[in-house]
Design a protein around this ligand. Sequence first.
Ligand code: NAP
Length: 225
Amino acid sequence: MLLEGKNALVTGGSRGIGFQVCRILLENGARVLAVSRNPVSLMGAREALPGLLTLDADVSVAADSNRLAAWVQDTWGRLDILVNNAGVSPRGGAELTTQRDDVFDDTFRTNVFGPYSCTKRLLPSLLASDDPRVVNVGSSMGIMSPDMRGVYSVSKAALHALTVATANELRGKVVVNALCPGWVRTDMAPDAPGDPRSSAEAALWLVTQPRAFTGKVIQGRAEVT
Ligand code: NAP
């Protein structure tokens, strides 16, 4: 049991990649709290994964992240693994110069503010761990390239930058990396060829790397240059 006795929180844990991350962390002995906005999907996740703990919260809302941090502090007193996985991808209307401002705002609130806010608010609990780890779920679409388009890519590029900057700030205290999970079949990407279980395996690999391995953006098991 690689993660026996560890406490883990997975945002967006009710379905898709986050659900598979919850599953693999539980299988490896961790206590796992799954967080998302919809209590009905959280109930479904609980039924599918015995032992899973759940809390409904919206990571784009600071008051909800405060509630999460209070739950972790009061219930566990320590957090070993934080997986900032919750993310949204606006359907259609993703042209930066013509889309509505609220589409841009909502995407950034979940994909960038959410991981920033959860990491910041959960930091006291992370610092109580002897080996704290943060994984931000990024995207290959956020890797700087001449073909980048749309707010989703811009938000994931910002998340990769947030990962490196947070890792630098917390070096020697908390290990912080980003994982590009591959193009895998979920509600967000129903036509994708990949299996979200492979993304979960990559997340498990990442949280078991040596502590010096921090501030990286990982795709598969390789560092993105
Ligand atoms: P998904 O199936 O749509 O699941 C998204 C999860 O995030 C759900 O549990 C959703 O639950 C939760 N969520 C969304 N907004 C939230 C918020 N504001 N607060 C709390 N929870 C929220 O998507 P997925 O494909 O598993 O994606 C997971 C992550 O991987 C995302 O960050 C995505 O950008 C990234 N990613 C996915 C792919 C892919 O091919 N699937 C590729 C690259 C990167 P509720 O809606 O109930 O809140």
